[in-house]
Design a protein around this ligand. Sequence first.
Ligand code: HEC
Ligand code: HEC
Length: 346
Amino acid sequence: MRAAPTVGAIALALGALACSSARPDDMADLDSARSDAADVLARARSGNEALPWAFVLNDPAPGGAERPDPDEIVTVPGSDLALRRRDIGIERGPPDWHPEGHPPMPEVVARGGGEGVLACGYCHLPNGQGKPENAGLAGQPYEYLVQQMEDYRDGLRRTGEPRMGPPSLMMRIGAATTDAEARAAAEYFSSMDFRPWIRVVEAAEVPVTRRAGWIHRAVDGAGTEPIGIRVVELPEDLTRTELRDDASGFVAYVPPGAIERGRRLVTTGGDGRTVACTLCHGDDLRGLGPVPALAGRSPSYMARQLYDLKRGNREGAWSDLMDRSVLSLTARDIVDIVAYTASLDP
Ligand code: HEC
Ligand code: HEC
């Protein structure tokens, strides 16, 4: 591991790890009940095959869909700004609907940097709250963000689902971003607090969805279907999300009982099934030293990371510290863990 001023926190936790791998016999039943799901994660040829609800691939576009008028004037609640729809696009950087909600954006966040370095704020939003298909950056430790950008640059942080557009694009952006650009962005995003953004609801039945724009969308009038072993994360207001309104959050439906099952795994390690995450991510999972915060963040994003860490797609300078925690996780465990972490106050 590279020398970073606060990496001692991780080393301390590692020491504690050495004596936490005992597995009582009563976990055997639970293990066999879960072995099918474990196989899915081990055998899957892609992220989408393993966790289709997290590595979202778009459905074919419905025939006859109308394209919105590019000259239409669009607005969002609580903002004085009025824009032509055609003015919203990644090459122009993010629309800044709520400038009072964040400090002034550095150039790389607002408009992008050198060749291939697209404006961070377009995807991660000006206030850094992020969306299910990308990541919330606000409030993550500066050292952590800088390290991730270094890992992207070194090709050590990859995605298990290259067909999913945004993570693949992030790999290319990360490879192109200079150290100075990365530091400017990290300073900006780490200076803001991450705010409550995702409402977690346990539900046996969820709206029927289709997948477009790399997220789930409720299909009007299509009713509900059983949730199964999934998390279904949806915009609270699809129109506002499509306009990249950074004041409109998400709802995540999770299976009944998932939050409590996740709490047990995360706070105790589930009798040796995994490691108590709180050791490194902090008692409240709001991060510790350079270790990232998990509380209140997108369950879809967190699930993709657990898969990528487990499958070795993420093998950055600090990724080994996660090995023991993800080794035995099943698809079901991942649903439960991210249901719990998303439900916490950030
Ligand atoms: C095209 C949209 C897009 C743009 C533009 C973009 N990102 Fe990302 N970023 C993503 C996606 C998608 C992910 C999550 C990848 C995944 O799920 O594995 C991500 C992940 C990250 C992460 C990892 C977060 C974590 O918690 O580990 C960092 C750091 C990051 N981006 C920084 C940046 C910076 C800095 C910029 C601007 C130079 C930027 N991104 C521009 C889409 C984008
Ligand atoms: C020994 C310390 C340690 C333990 C225990 C640990 N983590 Fe981590 N975790 C880390 C470190 C360090 C990173 C950053 C990894 C990297 O840079 O690739 C990380 C990263 C993550 C990420 C990616 C976050 C992001 O923003 O991309 C997730 C999700 C995560 N951990 C979840 C968990 C869960 C769930 C548990 C418990 C089951 C857990 N961790 C236990 C140290 C730990």
